[in-house]
Design a protein. Structure first.
Length: 64
């Protein structure tokens, strides 16, 4: 299992119905699927320090 922990992002923009924006949040991805927001785990196969960054959903160009 491959896991990626994106930790301590200044902002994490969700794609839930309310468009929630979380401050100082972390995101755990396991096998290319978001497994948890603000996970309790501190270790993963790859850890990305996102301090000073914004994490947001991928943008898709629907015009072309």
């Amino acid at each position: 299992m491959r896991s990626i922990l994106i930790k301590d992002a200044d902002y994490l923009v969700t794609s839930n119905e309310s468009g929630q924006i979380l401050r100082r949040a972390s995101l755990l991805i396991e096998d290319n699927i978001i497994a948890s927001i603000n996970p309790k785990v501190k270790r993963a196969d790859r850890v990305i320090n996102a301090r000073g960054k914004i994490v947001l959903p991928g943008l898709i160009n629907m015009h072309h």
